[in-house]
Design a protein around this ligand. Structure first.
Ligand code: RFL
Ligand code: PHB
Length: 409
């Protein structure tokens, strides 16, 4: 098989890239180890930055998103047993976030790719990327029938998530990784129960720790709380989950969760991770293959889409003009913003989660930080600017600052 761009992974990053390339007449093949049903059903992110929504709409993918997405102009913090609301609209100059499930974004893009006869090879695993230092790299794949094949291409996009194979294709003498693993995980549920607040609510309880109340619709709640990373789902029968969520919500300002059937449960470990550089010769990493953020700031998918908003124009420029300037700058351009988003996600996590072996003093500091955040316009503005999404513009790196290891050939 032959194509212009081989894309590993049919998550939001890989799918969006293949769609944007197609709009400019550039051919790609997406290789995805899982089935279409699995990818479309995978429950994950839910909060989209305005820049992500605008990019999807501009690419003709906004029909359901604009109809079903819930616009949130506020965010709640509940601590000390009371709710405090940040007015994102006011603090960010009229910007907001949209609640729309990641699996719906994935479904929308797959539908558009299928309608355009796009090539997505489901249940096909990318095993190895070969010849990345030559003008014609190849991806060795194994189909669901166990058949081995090769895809030859001009460029490779590594959108295969944190556990994919792309990142390791970069020689170990060049690849640098930065990581922090947190001493807690998130237990997340999707429940058939109306949300009790009309915006995303971060809860901090000095003894019990973090909880998050979000939603997918007016009748579906998406709820999370910090738990021990070694706990298993079997340790958490439904009643225990509801009871624990309620404890974290207790306070002077009363609120009562509406309990309903739990449709989905999962435990997610929490880490911060960045790989540098994000490109090597003809390989370009995007999304979770290059960086992971803890989900507290709701940034992972947005960061993946932001990479593609830089990568797609760079690839298009290369195929249309032969110029490699934008591709050569890709890694540095993205990393500058990636580190700022890492900082935000790490700081919101630290501000709202209890860590083992900390003192009562440390926990009071956390409550004081939240109090400052929700009572100071300066602090609220900083949060809002990051939460609605930092801009992409002005981040292009000058030639003299560029990492020479990322240059294509
Ligand atoms: P994905 O979505 O992991 O897709 C990678 C795809 O690559 C496939 N793959 C391979 N295919 C072929 N051959 C191989 N060798 C392969 N190896 C892997 C995989 O099957 C998969 O389909 O990465 P992508 O596209 O970079 O997208 C990243 C996002 O999925 C992720 O960052 C977000 O879900 C993170 N996240 C959130 N992000 C937000 O922006 N807002 C949120 O509100 C938000 N909430 C969350 C989240 C993630 C969570 N979990 C479960 C980690 C909440 C949670 C609980
Ligand atoms: C979600 O709705 O899934 C969600 C909301 C806020 C977060 C993370 C996830 O920080």
């Amino acid at each position: 098989m032959q194509t212009q761009v081989a894309i590993l992974g049919a998550g939001p990053a890989g799918l969006f890239l293949s769609h944007l390339l197609h709009l400019q007449g550039i051919d790609s093949i997406v290789i995805e180890s899982r089935s279409r049903e699995y990818v479309e059903g995978r429950l994950r992110a839910g909060v989209l930055e305005k820049g992500t929504v605008d990019a999807l709409v501009e690419a003709g993918l906004g029909e359901s998103l604009l109809r079903e997405g819930l616009r949130h102009k506020e965010i709640n913090f509940r601590f000390g047993g009371r709710n405090h609301t940040l007015d994102l609209d006011d603090l960010s100059g009229g910007r907001y976030v949209t609640v729309y499930g990641q699996q719906k974004v994935v479904k929308d893009i797959i539908a558009a790719r299928m309608a355009a006869q796009g090539k997505i090879l489901f249940e096909t695993k990318a095993e190895e990327i070969l010849g990345i230092e030559t003008a014609n790299p190849r991806v060795r794949i194994v189909t669901k029938n166990g058949e081995q094949q090769e895809i030859s291409c001009e460029l490779v996009a590594g959108c295969d998530g944190f556990h994919g194979i792309s990142r390791e294709t970069i020689p170990s003498s060049i690849l640098k990784t930065f990581e922090r693993v947190y001493p807690f995980a998130w237990l997340g549920i999707l429940a058939e129960a109306p949300p009790i607040f009309n915006c995303v609510t971060n809860v901090y309880h000095e003894e019990r720790g973090f909880a998050l109340l979000s939603m997918r619709s007016r009748t579906l709640s998406r709820l999370y709380m910090q738990c021990d990373p070694n706990e298993k789902l079997e340790d958490w029968p439904d009643e225990r989950i509801w009871d624990e969520l309620e404890r974290r919500l207790e306070g002077t300002e009363k609120c009562k969760l509406v309990r309903g059937p739990i449709l989905n449960k999962g435990i997610t470990p929490m880490r911060s991770f960045v790989a540098e550089p994000m490109s090597y010769r003809r390989l370009f990493l995007a999304g979770d293959s290059a960086h992971i953020v803890p989900p507290t700031g709701a940034k992972g998918m947005n960061l993946a889409m932001a990479d593609i908003r830089v990568l797609a124009p760079a690839m298009i420029d290369y195929f249309k003009t032969g110029a490699t300037r934008l591709l050569d700058a890709y890694s540095d351009t993205c990393l500058r913003r990636v580190w700022k988003v890492e900082r935000f996600s790490w700081s919101v996590t630290s501000m709202t989660h209890n860590f083992p072996e900390e003192s009562r003093f440390d926990r009071r500091m956390r409550s004081a930080t939240l109090d400052y955040l929700t009572s100071s316009k300066a602090s609220g503005t900083t949060f809002a600017e990051n939460f609605v999404g930092l801009p992409l513009e002005n981040s292009e790196v000058q030639d003299s600052e560029r990492d020479p290891r990322t240059v294509m050939l």
